[in-house]
Design a protein. Structure first.
Length: 217
């Protein structure tokens, strides 16, 4: 990974890859460059020449999956959130026989299943992507509302906020915010040397205004 001004980011990245290539050859480690992916994160319409490994270009892609999160080149997470919804729907479909209207499972246990098996899918890595995906959070909120209505079997005229209040269920956005606060507090109190070396930033700087930590302030 290389960050910085467009004029320098590629030269820095290619220097890294050249050193990496020599190291791999020295230690007789083979990497299939055809399976490598590269993404140029920018708002610019034009992109420079792609990086090279073993002198072979690694073509730019519009998005890639890293540690379970789909990163698109503008970091809008427009692909990641729909995939999360699909995963939750798939789990809900498998568990419908114990969470549907004909299930004899208690309401308490149904909600427990949702909180332990489905909500973590939606909240995975949310401190990373939640700030730039605010427009997509409503879609996850709708998903939660549908599942909770399925579980509780309340009449159609009962508002979602009322259901959440009675079942002590936190709205998705508020739940993500709590996770983010805990996440950043753990970072601030961490004794890990690598984490301690992460540069701090001024949340008042205009370029940083969309970072989640700024929004939490």
């Amino acid at each position: 990974m290389s960050t910085g001004a467009s004029a320098h980011v590629m030269s820095t990245l290619n220097d890294y890859l050249e050193q990496l290539g020599r190291w791999l050859i020295r230690w007789k480690i083979q990497v299939n460059s055809d399976k490598c992916q590269s993404v140029y994160f920018t708002r610019r319409r034009s992109t420079p020449n792609p990086p090279k490994l073993y002198r072979r270009p690694i073509p730019w892609r519009d998005e890639t999956k890293y540690l379970g999160v789909i990163l698109d080149n503008r970091l809008t997470y427009k692909t990641h959130v729909p995939e999360v919804r699909n995963k939750v729907s798939a789990v809900n479909k498998k568990l419908y026989y114990v969470m549907g209207k004909n299930s004899k499972l208690s309401l308490r246990n149904k909600l427990l299943l949702y909180k332990t098996l489905m909500r973590p899918i939606m909240s995975y890595a949310s401190p990373v992507w939640e700030a730039d995906a605010r427009t997509h959070i409503n879609k996850l909120e709708i998903t939660q509302n549908k599942i909770v209505r399925q579980i509780t079997q309340v009449p159609w005229y009962v508002r979602n906020k009322q259901i959440q209040k009675e079942r002590k269920l936190t709205p998705i956005l508020d739940y993500f915010r709590k996770l983010a606060i805990k996440f950043f507090n753990n970072i601030d109190n961490s004794t890990n040397a690598a984490i301690a070396e992460i540069p701090r930033y001024d949340p008042l700087e205009p370029r940083k205004k969309k970072r989640l930590r700024t929004l939490l302030g």
